[in-house]
Ligand binder design. Structure first.
Ligand SMILES: *Cc1c(COP(=O)(O)O)cnc(C)c1O
Ligand code: SF4
Length: 338
């Protein structure tokens, strides 16, 4: 009995991350069925799916409560009919990133750090994503374009930090990432390599020996900014992945987005900060909602967000307080709201 149980557990946990990516749920009907949800949700899910497709890996699905349409993780991945509503002020490029793209795949908005679009793919499709309309097809660098990007960084000694973003940069192969990380490390004025990723949360098995190998050998200081919006996203596997990253010399932070129906309460935000710290992650930014078309139903509004964060102070030590910010096009940093 005991032997059989341990074999089946082993079989579940040893699916590699590319297998888990490949096997992610991408169909509205299958998503509802797997979670025991009512088929009345299907028309809305299908409409939203047509605009921005569903993608939910099983490791994330396992953290969603069965049969609960209000689950805070489900709301991040299940499309609803409201995504088709056109609402004034909610636009396709809320951060005006197209204006700050000196090379395809490179966004240079803040003078001493650059953001590289390392991959157009994501392990999960988050309904509120401000890049849900991003033209990745036009921005994914070819090998020659990568050289161009590296030359751009090499020629500007003000740049001390390279940020791999996406999409999710860790959706790329370790072979490509190792090449890029090594090239970046050869640029002498760079001090830090930062990775903005949701993959270690969505598929914790992404943190494998191949990833840890190129990260730990880099001379650059390594920072990973994870993206977790709710305490329920952090399970044992996520904690283990974080532990491995820390052992490889990576400093861990988290950014969240304040989302209606997901984390728009003081208890939810306090529980998130506590769970992050237990996993060895410090809260960094809490992003005010960016007005992206198709996701207006997640918008909490600045006044309510400020009131929530004000009340949160009474619940948390200062080092667990996220900074409530918005990215305002044209500003030279994120703008604190509070
Ligand atoms: C958010 C962002 C950064 C990083 O900002 P930090 O305040 O350093 O976290 C860098 N470049 C771009 C284009 C960004 O949007
Ligand atoms: S993982 Fe990040 S970039 Fe990808 S859909 Fe989610 S929020 Fe957007």
């Amino acid at each position: 009995m005991i032997t059989r149980t341990s074999i089946s557990v082993q079989a579940v946990t040893t699916a590699t991350w590319p297998e888990q990516l490949r096997d992610a749920i991408r169909d509205p009907q299958l998503l509802l069925k797997t979670l025991g949800l009512d088929s009345s949700l299907l028309p809305g899910a299908t409409q939203g799916h047509a605009l921005f497709s569903i993608r939910v890996p099983h490791a994330y699905l396992a953290r969603i409560r069965h049969g609960d349409p209000d689950d805070p993780l489900l709301r991040q991945v299940l499309p609803i009919g409201a995504e088709t509503d056109a609402i004034e002020g909610f636009v396709t490029d809320p951060l005006a990133e197209a204006e700050h793209t000196p090379r395809p795949g490179l966004i240079h908005k803040y003078h001493n750090r650059v953001l590289l679009i390392g991959s157009g793919a994501c392990a999960i499709n988050c309904r509120y994503c401000f890049r849900r309309h991003f033209p990745y097809g036009d921005n994914l660098p070819s090998k020659a374009q990568w050289q161009d990007i590296l030359d751009y960084i090499r020629s500007d000694s003000n740049i001390i930090e390279a940020i791999l973003s996406g999409g999710d940069p860790l959706a790329s192969s370790d072979k490509r990432l190792a090449w890029l990380a090594d090239e970046l490390a050869s640029i002498t004025h760079l001090k830090r390599l930062r990775v903005h990723t949701r993959l270690p949360v969505v598929i914790p098995e992404r943190v494998d020996s191949h990833l840890l190998a190129w990260l730990s050998r880099s001379r650059l200081q390594k920072i990973m900014v994870l993206h977790i919006n709710h305490a329920n996203e952090i399970d044992e596997a996520v904690r283990t992945a974080c532990q491995r990253l820390k052992e490889a010399g990576v400093t861990l932070f988290n950014q969240s987005v304040i989302l209606r129906g997901v984390n728009d309460s003081v208890p939810a935000l306090a529980a998130l900060s506590e769970a992050l710290f237990e996993a060895g992650i410090l809260p960094y930014y809490l992003h005010a909602f960016d007005p992206v078309a198709g996701a207006a139903h997640f918008d909490v509004g600045d006044d309510e967000a400020i009131a929530l964060v004000d009340a949160l102070r009474a619940e948390l030590p200062g080092f667990l307080m996220p900074r409530l910010v918005r990215e305002i096009p044209g500003e030279n940093s994120k703008t604190p709201l509070f």
